[in-house]
Design a protein. Sequence first.
Length: 160
Amino acid sequence: MNPNPYAAPKAEVADVPTTGEIRYVGFWARVGAALIDTVLIIAVTYPLLIAAYGWAYFDEESKTGFFAGPTDIFLNWIVPALVSIGFWLTKQATPGKMVVSAKVVDAKTGATLSVGQSIGRYLGYFLSLLPLGLGFIWVAFDARKQGWHDKLAGTVVIRR
């Protein structure tokens, strides 16, 4: 019997099922993972951009618009999205997250993300970035270390 029948019921939070203790990956480890991923993406895309557009690609005065052309859009927007989503679906982590022993899983089941969750999480990055990066900083203060993109997609980042 409930001692206070007028009290609000406790909200149930579904945790990732596991045989041991869940350890969510914190802000600084995720920043480190993001930096590693960024360096890897730059190491692959910049030589290809230079091959396509020459060194003038980096000269703001020679550009006529925000994008240099279709190769620019493909290498800077589409490839990173496809690579990130592909790693989440196959390895549960990008290379940076692998280095810090982290993996991205469904917040309710602990299973590999669905394609929809992966796309939603990636698009959620842009929402997390918009208000001065507050959606990413949120990881530092959230009990489950979720950024807004994680909450949107129903994901958590946990230790392997």
